[in-house]
Design a protein around this ligand. Sequence first.
Ligand code: C6P
Length: 416
Amino acid sequence: MLIQGLVFSESGFAGRGYAVKALFPIFKSHPELVYLDSNATSQKPESVIEVIDRYYRSENANVHRGVYQLSEDATRSFEEARQRIAKYMNAENSEIIFTRGTTEAINIVAQSGAAAFIRPGDEIVLTVCEHHSNIVPWQIVAERHGATIKYIPLTGNRRLDLEVAAKLITDKTRFVSVGHISNVLGVIHPIREIIKLAKAAGAFTMIDGAQGIPHVRVDVKELDCDFYAFSGHKAFGPTGIGVLYGRKALLQAMPPYQGGGDMIEKVTLQGSTWNEVPSKFEAGTPHIEGVIGLGAAIDFLQSISLEKILIHDQKLGNMLVNRLREEFPLVSIMAEPGDDWVGTVTFAHSKIHPHDLAAVCDGEGIAIRAGHHCAQPLMEVLGVTATARVSPGLYNDEEDIERFIKALRKAENLFL
Ligand code: C6P
């Protein structure tokens, strides 16, 4: 099902007779808003908001517990969402674990995966581009289990150095954990090649898909990764809900991450046994409306074609990069655009601090992100302490980029 009237042309997305923004109620509440911070979180379409609203109005009950109709209805909606997500990623239902987001999903793999598989002297391979969520959990377990972390560096054009990766990944490597797409550079990492290197060395692979799922189609079988994590809120879904895909045999071999209701088979005063996966990793009452909303977000993603959104975002990103290069000599851009890039434009200005620029933008009704973007090691590699980031999405258009350029010019007039 394609969204009615939504067309994609040379000039990007447009509705027939309406703006794409009309699908997103936030732009009704804030008609002048220019939202250019989609890498932080996406705006939510009406269809997702409506499903959550309907759930609370007509289906609200706890799942997996009640032997009454309302609970059975809620359980059915909840498990149907799991099925839709599993199908979308080409996984089995039992391989989809609901988490609070990417961060919790990576922590599950690091903690439970380390307990099952990491021994003193083992190595964990990450990259210098990682979000803190894909560094700190590994640092915690490396220290606890006597493992060492190695980092794949960047080449001069700010792409991952695969030659070095091939040397770093050895038979000592137990886990390779890499972001699918950098939240700062917007570069799509060559994860297929990295997964192949890891497989050849006998290491497990974890992909941080926080920026992957909203930008590219993911098939976990085709990727051949062991684990893949993402957050609902970056992919048109609600906050507080995410997914960990894990290969079933590995999930079965790993101890639970948290204890509580629903994750047990039997509890006695002496000890407990665990439920089957995925329940083993889903302790306590889940984020029911989050899961149902995420199911609707996946339907939304399928209805709009990620390939087209990518072209649209690249086009807006390229437009901004060209204007910055032509008109703003004090700006340095952190990553060159290319086919392996999702249109994220992160830059430093030699005379204006990114927070000052973000404040000027805010005064003009424009939302951008400024700071280290939860990637302090990458900032060090790039030789900056903070940057400004413009991350376009489906609901942006050329006029939004024009408004941002005007705001940047205003900031220069104020600060130079
Ligand atoms: N990046 C950004 O503005 P959570 O917070 O668990 O939903 O996602 C964490 C996370 C992990 N990996 C990557 C690559 C990410 O981009 C993020 C979240 C946001 O860039 C918020 S810091």
